[in-house]
Design a protein around this ligand. Structure first.
Ligand SMILES: Cc1cc2nc3c(=O)[nH]c(=O)nc-3n(C[C@H](O)[C@H](O)[C@H](O)COP(=O)(O)OP(=O)(O)OC[C@H]3O[C@@H](n4cnc5c(N)ncnc54)[C@H](O)[C@@H]3O)c2cc1C
Length: 582
């Protein structure tokens, strides 16, 4: 990309052409890049943060390995309900066959491939892979709490070694779709200040989950809902946006450690698990309910129930006041196998003898582009694919499976594919939108970071764990107020194009507003409670009416909401279950 003389709004926009454009450099995007390159395609990877070091991937603690128990010396017990077990992780709002294929791919192919690439699985001195006695499907690389970092570093090295063109710290600002076909994207390289377009035969969205939409959050600064806002504006439908996950036992303080998780999940080697404690009462302990796939929403439910039973409010615990108790867990196991437990010590807290204070953090949305699961292609915009968090999946290995599927389906089609049209008028409109944000730099106004924090505060108050329709509508109205009254007054401080991160923050504001408002629309629509989604005004899981996807899309200038039933063979759930006694 050539560097041009300063005009804030360049007259010409450079266009790069490629076979496969990958947007996002987390685990899903990097794995997609490697697989696409192996098919002989030209690949370009653009990533808002450094590849392998941004988004959610770096924080993943446990490798979900779906291991064959015989590898660990157990008898393999056939599980005719495997599909249902996987689906439980998504509260029965996911495609069952896709999840089964994912598990098989990970067990039979991916684990071996990653080990050959150089990944170290945590092992005992005799060579056996370390596991949890009750959940042999989990493993760790190289320690609990560091698995994402290890895989991120590994894939980063392989992507760079493979000579795949990568532009880091480059934000896709829009997807360019014409007549329902995606022709590529516009990108702002905020290191050089260059705005350019990528004309691609196929575009893969790997922008991860939308995390940083609320005051406390588990994601890095890049993940501001781009993977929701960009495809929405390009005409793609999205699903499951209301399914917001939370971490309940993240460190309460210091503030910068909001995403530091004291895992309630099964630990290496031991049957013991962390206890969630408030006011001298144990509220939750995973080991007592081994069937639970994801403990976080059970923790949240118990915390809410405890607040109500003690005459308090859930809000009383939003910034702390409850704890993780690891005192019963062998100190050697904590030190040798877990990365996290060293951190309390830096604050003078010894987790083998003291409690660690926690607070909830907005984790991520397990919803995204409404894809056709056998191809991972958008059902509404051709040549657009979504993988990993951007497609509503979670878990590193499952996200890699999505990438594998997308590349396999592109490979099958790309032979006779021409470049689709690229709407140059749209590219120029987007250049104008992006550049306008620094043309007014230096004028009196409100800084983009302040606007982002205002949005996060609205979400923190109005879209917390305990939802009601009036509260959500108020949050929606407050966001609209920010959009109409505050955003026009938003100003960055300087016109410089180089490393102007405020410019990126300003772009984030628009994506966050769209993502948050879409999430609120979907949440108001679902009139029941399920998994991490709790509506105090509908405190029951209504399988009869809500065993269905909520799908949002664009209709002219407004949001269109529709439903699609989910039919799962062999699944028989009661018509209605009391959410709070589940
Ligand atoms: C705190 C935490 C703990 C977790 N624990 C576990 C665990 O124990 N086990 C497990 O399996 N999973 C865990 N997960 C989930 C797992 O890490 C994610 O599901 C998975 O890594 C998502 O991968 P991804 O590649 O889809 O997205 P990400 O890793 O989020 O990557 C997204 C990428 O997109 C880039 N990007 C975003 N917007 C743009 C844009 N506009 N233009 C260009 N690039 C963009 C980002 O910079 C980033 O590189 C955890 C996640 C978090 C946050």
């Amino acid at each position: 990309v050539r560097e041009r003389a300063d005009p804030v709004r360049p007259e010409e926009v450079n266009v790069l052409a490629t076979d496969v454009l990958i947007i996002g450099g987390g685990i899903a995007g990097m794995y997609a890049a490697l697989k696409a390159k192996a098919t002989g395609a030209n690949v370009l990877l653009v990533s808002k943060g450094p590849i392998g070091r941004s988004g959610g991937s770096v924080f993943a603690g446990t490798l979900v390995a779906y291991m064959d128990p015989t590898w660990l010396g157990y008898e393999r017990v056939p599980n005719p309900d495997e599909k249902l077990t996987h689906l439980d992780k998504y509260y029965y709002l996911m495609d069952g066959p896709h999840l089964v294929r994912s598990g098989e791919f990970i067990r039979n192919h991916l684990l071996g491939e990653l080990e050959e690439m150089g990944l170290y699985f945590l092992r005992l001195p005799d060579g056996r892979v370390i596991h949890n006695p009750t959940k042999p499907k989990h493993t760790w690389t190289p320690k609990m709490g560091m698995s994402g970092r290890a895989i991120g570093d590994l894939l980063r090295r392989h992507v760079l070694d493979a000579g795949i063109p990568v532009i880091e710290e480059a934000m896709a600002t829009s997807l360019i779709a014409t007549d329902g076909v995606c022709g590529g994207a516009t990108v702002l390289n905020f290191v050089t200040g260059d705005f350019f377009a990528v004309h691609a035969k196929n575009t893969i969205l790997a922008t991860g989950h939308a995390n940083y939409l609320s005051a406390r959050s588990t994601g890095t600064r890049e993940v501001c809902g781009d993977g929701i806002a960009l495809p929405y504006r390009a005409g793609a439908e999205l699903f499951n946006l209301e399914m917001q996950e939370w971490h309940v036992t993240d460190m309460a303080w210091p503030r910068a450690w909001t995403r530091l998780h004291i895992y309630p999940n099964p630990l290496p080697v031991t049957r013991e698990t962390a206890r969630l404690v408030a006011d001298d009462r144990v509220l939750f302990e995973q080991r007592t309910i081994p069937r639970i796939n994801k403990p976080y929403h059970y923790q949240h439910k118990r915390l809410y129930q405890h607040a109500v039973a003690s005459g308090k409010h859930y809000e009383d615990y939003k910034w702390g006041g409850y704890f993780s108790d690891l005192r019963h867990v062998d100190g050697f196991i904590q030190d040798a196998y877990s990365y996290q437990t060293q951190f309390p010590r830096k604050l003078g807290i010894d987790p083998t003898t003291q409690l660690v204070e926690n607070a909830p953090s907005y984790h991520y949305i397990v919803g995204g582009v409404w894809v056709d699961f056998p191809t991972m292609g958008s059902r509404t915009v051709e040549r657009l694919y979504a993988v990993g968090g951007a497609a509503g999946r979670d878990g590193q290995t499952d996200c890699m499976f999505d990438a594998h599927v997308a590349i396999a389906s592109i490979r099958d089609r790309q032979g006779d594919q021409e470049l689709p049209d690229l709407d140059v008028r749209r590219v120029h409109e987007e250049r104008d939108r992006v550049c306008r944000l620094i043309e007014s730099a230096g004028e009196d106004g409100i800084g983009p970071m302040e606007v982002k924090n205002q949005i996060r505060d609205v979400m923190w108050r109005g879209m917390d764990y305990v939802k009601t329709e009036p509260k959500m509508r108020q949050a929606h109205d407050e966001l609209e107020e920010i959009r109409e009254a505050i955003v026009p007054r938003m100003r960055v401080q300087t016109r410089t194009r180089r490393y102007n991160t405020e410019w990126v923050d300003a772009l984030d504001v628009f994506n966050m507003l769209d993502a948050c408002q879409l999430q609120i629309r979907a949440s108001i629509e679902r009139q029941e409670s399920r998994g991490p989604f709790f509506r105090e005004d509908f405190p029951y899981q209504d399988n009869e009416n809500w065993q269905r996807y909520v799908i949002v899309g664009k209709s002219d200038s407004s949001v269109a909401v529709r439903h699609e039933p989910i039919v799962i063979d062999g699944l028989s759930l009661p018509a209605r279950e009391d959410f709070l006694v589940q």
